[in-house]
Ligand binder design. Structure first.
Ligand SMILES: C[S@@+](CC[C@H](N)C(=O)[O-])C[C@H]1O[C@@H](n2cnc3c(N)ncnc32)[C@H](O)[C@@H]1O
Length: 307
């Protein structure tokens, strides 16, 4: 393997600007060593021996746009597991779900989005909770999971998980909804998988996010903390537009909309605070343009149910 020159301050500044522009993820000064370690394998893969050459590759090589995806994937944190922050999931099941079934009884349709779902444990947890609560007969219930990284989305579609994904998963769900595989992993049941659909989607790409159908619930947990404030605000603004009136947004336990927007109504539940788009606000935004498959983000629309 070629010896790699350490990541200098200037190259770090240039690379982190590219990452920021691409996906809104902010890298702090003290993350230089981390970024150097994470990108070293990318340099080795491309047979490059210094980060200046890597930056030039990102900027000017025809394969640069693809490489930015790979760089962002290497740098971002994909940590996730089933039943993460379970108190919030219980609040969702016990206090939100039934009122949504009531308010959506006319359309008999419920669309959920796990934005920044990593390898899929979050949307699949939601699917298990929905099944446990019972999906009323004749309802169309869909969960869309999206992430910036194609690798984690491919994993989510496979639906097979190792021990670390179960660190907070109550045993009854594992025995009900998974089947052990020959190599010591666990494979999800067909009924859970059937509720979930996945697509690669960059949340700061407003044009693609705007193509997603209307949603009743958005989970975006442990994603906004990594974004720079302007990107974070833009993403939350998109969430607002994508939610149907009365729809709710759930963030991670260390995230809040405080000092970001007052567009949502905070709703205090027994063990959580969630954000609701008022049921009475008129739809002030222009309607979505008719679907155009050439512009559509392949499988990013829960209403279409592609997989
Ligand atoms: C820490 S994981 C959170 C997974 C899950 N929501 C949870 O709470 O367990 C953060 C995920 O956000 C994704 N992410 C970061 N920036 C993104 C962006 N601009 N667009 C889409 N996904 C992004 C990362 O790829 C990563 O998989």
């Amino acid at each position: 393997m070629t010896a790699v020159v350490p990541l200098g301050l200037e190259e770090f500044r240039l690379i982190r600007e590219l990452i920021l522009k691409y996906c809104g993820v902010v890298l702090t000064d003290d993350q230089r060593g981390y970024v150097e370690r994470r990108l070293r394998e990318r340099l080795a893969f491309l047979s490059l021996s210094d980060y200046r050459a890597y930056y030039r590759y990102l900027r000017f090589d025809p394969a640069g746009p693809q490489e930015i995806e790979d760089a962002a994937e290497s740098i971002t944190t994909h940590e996730t597991y089933f039943f993460r922050e379970e108190y919030q999931l219980r609040a969702f099941r016990d206090e939100i779900l039934s009122s949504l079934y009531e308010s959506r009884a006319g359309a008999r349709r419920l669309a959920l989005w796990s934005a920044g779902c990593s390898t899929g444990e979050e949307p699949y947890t939601l699917a298990m909770l929905l099944l446990e609560a019972g999906i009323p007969r004749g309802w169309d219930v869909r969960i869309f999971g999206s992430d910036l990284s194609r690798r984690v989305i491919a994993h989510a579609r496979r639906g097979t998980y190792g021990a670390s994904s179960f660190r907070a998963c109550p045993e009854r769900y594992r025995s009900l909804y998974f089947r052990p595989t020959a190599d010591g992993q666990h494979e999800l049941s067909r009924e859970v998988r059937a509720l979930c659909h996945f697509g690669q989607l960059n949340l700061v790409d407003a044009a693609r996010v705007a193509l997603i159908g209307k949603l009743d619930v958005i989970f975006c947990r442990n994603v906004l903390i990594y974004l720079e404030p302007t990107a974070r605000r833009a993403v939350v603004d998109q969430f607002y537009r994508r939610l149907s009136p009365g729809g709710v947004l759930l963030l991670g336990h260390s995230e809040s909309l405080l000092s970001m927007t007052t567009a949502f109504e905070p709703v205090v539940l027994s063990s959580d605070l969630v954000y609701r788009r008022s049921a009475h606000q008129s739809e002030s935004l222009p309607p979505l343009s008719p679907s155009d498959d050439s512009k559509r983000p392949v499988d990013a629309d829960p209403a279409r149910g592609t997989r």
